[in-house]
Design a protein around this ligand. Sequence first.
Ligand SMILES: Cc1cc2nc3c(=O)[nH]c(=O)nc-3n(C[C@H](O)[C@H](O)[C@H](O)COP(=O)(O)O)c2cc1C
Length: 225
Amino acid sequence: MTPEDFAFIDAAGIDTETAYRLIVGCVVPRPVAWITTVDALGRINAAPFSSYNYVATSPPMLAINIASRAGAVKDTARNIRATGEFVVNVATEATMEAMHQTAQDYPPEVSETELLGIALLPSQCVRAPRIASTPVQMECRLDQVVVLGRGVNTLFIGEVVAFHLAHEVYDGKRVDSARMRPIARLGGPFYAGLGEIFHRPMLQRPPGGEGSVHQNNHNPPETTP
Ligand SMILES: Cc1cc2nc3c(=O)[nH]c(=O)nc-3n(C[C@H](O)[C@H](O)[C@H](O)COP(=O)(O)O)c2cc1C
């Protein structure tokens, strides 16, 4: 491509709405953390967040960016600050409709899970419950809160203190993405499934040293998919 094939947008001083539209279009696909929390009175809240990823492995840590809504703090952000705990449930194709419904702006006293009849399971280490219909749930304790930029966004970094992995997606060693059927968020009102999965041998040892290495022909390539 040549320079004429590109639109140039100077992001210095860009307004929040334009920045949001561009960044959620550029950073795709995004996994969806369907987060359950409880408030100080024990009321259960559920909402999806796709500005989310894992950020550390020792110990395992996740980060979620929660924006303010018309200047007000979202229930999930308030509950995480109040309790220091949350659960990330991995949203899947099968749970997409229910997950999407929980993104509505309900008042703090309304429990999305109660209103929408979402079945829950108790957690082991945190007070927030797990969403029973999701095959992967991660119990998290808050590690750090980082207010970003002009203060619209806050990054919540949590340590995963427990994994709950359904037998249908976990063989005792690995989580099978194809079986999990996670849903991804794209720009605008769009979601996507996994699509085609490509296999390539790993070229470096993953953190912790386990796995295959195929580098400079010193090590044989992985033979199993
Ligand atoms: C798929 C999806 C992803 C979302 N990702 C985010 C996000 O990363 N950060 C955010 O602040 N809001 C995000 N939202 C919007 C929140 O889910 C929405 O504001 C919700 O009402 C918050 O609920 P709460 O007030 O109960 O916490 C997303 C919505 C959807 C449908």
